[in-house]
Design a protein around this ligand. Structure first.
Ligand code: MSP
Length: 551
């Protein structure tokens, strides 16, 4: 796998309301990918960007309601996002705020370049506008007796007529269609290309098809300015070359963060080598800006588009998208307080396949916690360590695995471990390369189940009773517990991107040296790696949840 920097991003979160489960989802998926890529490429070869989207009408309105200036409002909101990401162990490398000078400078440079190149022009806009979505709906048909509402969020839209600046989208539509079909053909040998066959530009395919369908119709040019007299809270359009009195449309501003964070317009700087991004992780509600406006903006600027846009589904509550405006949000902090950080991360990544919608419910969360975490993984770790303590004074036996003499069931278990970890390690891809978080987890849980079955079927406590008189029973006991310890070590390595705290606890309890952030993805299955380690057994990893909010 190439050693160049893997660059991944989350969207920038609007600061008008505190982060909810939907925001935590995109961020946790990105963190899992970042950790996985660090394990594959080495720590210094990943750049994980997140941040906040702070301009526009929506933020200004929220600030006014709170009796604050928009800047003050944003300054007060940002720590809440950072605190949640820290609680969730989100290992971002940079956090960009759209009110930072480094961003403003890059946005203004891009605007000037596009105006000078003729890709931005001045014109009149008349039509409907949705403030919460910050979106124009020029072709909205409205029955005379109904109040018009936004096709996306269904809230009321307002009628506007004003002079603005427009960005030529239609001019690049054919190029974009070509790019989606075959990035190699559309932009030439800029990319090595392997990812194209594996992932394509837009993933999953349903979203790609949705974009291609949308691109069958001519594109309306994008209105990228707002008169400052109507909305002053935005990045001023640089004057000259623009006429005075305009600020930048919030989406045009925010999308550029993916390049301003790595130094744009200073493309000579070393940081710039991170472009193009490997993946922008987004939710399906923001597909169009990312898969249509953004690649066209980059192309018009003479820059290559990102490699992949990976699109996840929505978390629903009561059958509707979870969102502040619908009043159905689940506060991540409340769930974390009850179940713990890793259980929350596990639930988000295990419950729904990437790309599909999911429903959050306390019952579903509880079931995952009790069955997968407490009964399966927690139990396997706890009883293995308990038996190591009891039968081997806490020192992991050297089971000297010899295929000729090893008991058949141990041999079979080892075969499964080699098959699973060996195959994944030696191949370049794993399910995580295609964002199959939930498949990766179910594969690991299969190993957990096999471990528990080995214990149940070959009852080490019965062997322990015979070990004094029976050399074969002693060897079998050593083999079972030795191989279980190595299996737990392998699981700790592979679970680290998903459950970093739990994995580190497993690692330490197995007496392994250092931290998992220094261990490579391919170093998971190493027979004999834990032999001779002194274990440090702690209480169960996932204690029963007591419904009074404590674990
Ligand atoms: N500020 C824009 C993004 C600009 S990126 C240059 C924005 N912000 S957002 O705060 O509304 O949403 C950010 C992310 O959270 C999006 O990926 C969105 O899909 C995700 N989610 C918000 N609610 C969600 C659910 N109910 N379910 C899953 N994810 C959803 O859009």
């Amino acid at each position: 796998m190439s050693q160049e920097t893997y660059y991944l991003t989350t969207p920038l979160y609007y600061v008008n309301a505190p982060p909810h489960l939907g925001h935590a989802y995109t961020t946790v998926l990105a963190d899992c990918l970042a950790r996985y890529q660090r394990m594959r490429r080495g720590r210094g070869h990943v750049f994980f960007l997140t941040g906040t989207d702070e301009h526009g009408q929506k933020i200004r309105q929220a600030a006014t309601e709170a009796g604050k200036s928009p800047q003050q409002f944003a300054d007060d909101a940002v720590p809440g996002f950072q605190a949640l990401w820290n609680t969730l162990n989100v290992s971002y490398d940079d956090f960009i705020r759209t009110t930072e000078p480094r961003h403003t400078r890059g946005v203004q440079a891009a605007l000037s370049q596009l105006l000078n190149a003729g890709d931005v022009y001045k014109g009149a806009y008349e039509g409907w506008y949705c403030t919460p979505c910050e979106t124009f709906w020029p072709n909205l048909t409205v029955a005379s007796d109904t109040k018009p509402s936004c096709p996306d969020c269904r809230r009321p839209v307002e009628h506007l007529r004003e002079e603005n600046y427009f960005f030529r989208l239609e001019k690049y539509r054919a190029w974009l269609i070509d790019y989606i079909h075959d990035p190699r053909k559309a932009i030439g040998p800029v990319y090595p290309g392997e990812w194209i066959d594996q992932l394509g530009f837009i993933r999953p395919t349903t979203r790609r098809n949705e974009v291609l369908e949308f691109l069958k119709q001519p594109l309306q040019d994008l209105c990228i300015s707002r008169p400052a007299a109507r909305l002053s809270w935005g990045i001023p359009m640089p004057s000259p070359p623009f006429e005075p009195g305009y600020v930048t449309y919030v989406w045009f501003d925010a999308l550029l963060n993916y390049i301003t964070a790595i130094g744009y317009p200073d493309t000579g700087h070393e940081r710039w080598a991170r472009w193009p991004a490997d993946v922008h992780l987004i939710g399906k509600d923001i597909l169009r800006p990312h898969a249509v406006y953004w690649p066209i903006m980059l192309h018009a600027l003479g820059l290559p588009p990102p490699r992949t846009i990976a699109v996840h589904g929505w978390w629903l509550a009561g059958g509707e998208k979870m969102s502040k405006s619908r009043g159905n949000v689940v506060d991540p902090n409340a769930v974390i307080a009850e179940y713990g950080v890793d259980a929350y991360r596990y639930f988000l990544m295990r419950e729904v396949p990437f790309g599909q919608d999911g429903t959050f419910s306390e019952a579903a969360m509880d079931k995952r916690y009790t069955s997968d975490l407490a009964n399966d993984l927690g139990n396997l770790v706890y009883r293995t360590l308990t038996m190591l303590e009891k039968y081997f004074q806490g020192v992991i036996p050297d089971y000297r695995y010899d295929p000729a003499t090893a008991p058949a069931h141990v041999k079979q278990f080892i075969g499964r471990l080699e098959g699973y970890f060996g195959r994944e390690g030696s191949q370049r891809e794993s399910a995580l390369d295609t964002y199959d978080f939930h498949t990766t987890l179910s594969g690991l849980w299969h190993i957990v189940t096999l471990g528990n079955q080995l214990i149940d079927a070959y009852q080490p406590w019965v062997l322990a009773k015979r070990r004094q008189q029976d050399v074969a029973a002693e060897a079998e006991l050593q083999a079972i517990l030795g191989v279980l310890a190595d299996a737990l070590r392998a699981l700790a390595v592979r679970l680290w991107p998903f459950l970093p705290t739990t994995s580190e606890q497993m690692w330490t309890q197995l007496g392994c040296p250092g931290t998992l952030s220094e261990v490579g993805w391919d170093q998971a299955w190493q027979p004999g790696a834990t032999s001779g380690h002194r274990i440090r057994k702690d209480p169960p990893l996932f204690p029963r949840v007591n419904k009074n909010n404590t674990r």
